[in-house]
Design a protein around this ligand. Structure first.
Ligand code: XBP
Ligand code: MG
Length: 266
């Protein structure tokens, strides 16, 4: 089956963003007069819950004593998340964030080769746009034909909803696409939607269970190095990267064949 589209996850996959999300959460808590501090160890555990608002709610539900009345909790979460989003987007705009190795080359290779590009993320749309602008420039958003963000799906990863939504918008079957993810939750979401998935683990997801992935590799740049059979030297080019992604996709086994539970498309 020919590769028609690559669907990228965002946080941890396009860029190592969680260490920008985390300080933004902490500053938002501080601005609201809360003494909450999410250190690396705690944040690593909280990342099991996808989505910023869901993560704050989970933290509160896990036993935080609050002065806020129960009926005002939704409003508090929304306000904290709004502030966190504004801090996060400001941090991205101030520079210093880069795409992970091999990501720009694979994007360029796909564009030259006519392979369509999409995004499926549990992060909010404002945060996706800010990252694309900060790393790919003002036209960064136009690089992706479909941007499926957290607001587009009722259930976040590991539910398959966001991938099913992206597939419906692309009008493609899962087997015509390749998902690129960094986390176990992301891999489960893509696999349940029927997509073969390449995993590039990130700072927080190293050590997670990636069974069922088409390949696990530390960075996309290495994918092209591994595919080189002639031992030639030099940086992998965009055409090397897309050729390696196509070869991986062609050899990938259907997630269903690996025992992943089948989910109805719709
Ligand atoms: C990762 C996430 C995100 C961010 C927070 O998303 O779980 O929720 O940590 O983003 P993915 P928001 O790996 O699917 O890109 O605050 O915008 O929800
Ligand atoms: Mg991710």
């Amino acid at each position: 089956m020919t590769l028609k589209a690559i669907i990228f996850d965002v946080d941890g996959t396009l860029a190592e963003t969680e260490e920008i999300h985390r300080p933004a959460f902490n500053l938002a808590f501080q601005d609201a007069g809360l003494d909450w501090l999410w250190d690396e160890a705690l944040y690593g555990r909280l990342l099991q819950v996808a989505g910023g608002k869901e993560r704050i709610r989970h933290f509160i539900d896990s036993g935080k004593r609050l002065r806020t009345a129960p009926e005002d909790i939704d409003r508090l979460i929304a306000a904290l998340h709004r502030r966190k989003t504004s801090l996060y987007t400001e941090m991205l705009a101030s520079g210093g964030v880069a795409l992970r190795p091999g990501v720009p080359e694979l994007i360029e290779g796909a564009r030259c080769d006519g392979v369509r590009l999409a995004i499926a993320t549990t992060a909010s749309r404002a945060n996706v746009d800010a990252l694309l602008r900060a790393t790919l420039g003002e036209n960064g958003l136009a690089v992706f034909e479909v941007i499926a963000a957290g607001e587009c799906a009722p259930h976040k990863k590991p539910a398959p909803d966001i991938y099913l939504h992206a597939l419906a918008r692309l009008d493609l079957s899962p087997r015509q696409c390749l998902a690129i993810e960094d986390s176990e939750n992301g891999l489960r979401a893509a696999s349940r939607a029927g997509l073969p998935t390449l995993v590039t683990p990130s700072f927080y997801s190293r050590g997670e269970d990636f069974s069922g992935a088409a390949r696990v590799i530390s960075t996309l740049a290495l994918l092209a190095w591994q595919a080189r059979k002639d031992g030639s030297a030099g940086e992998p080019s965009p055409s090397d990267l897309i050729a390696a992604a196509k070869a991986l996709h062609a050899s990938a086994v259907e997630p269903w064949a690996l025992g992943v539970e089948r989910v109805a498309c719709g």
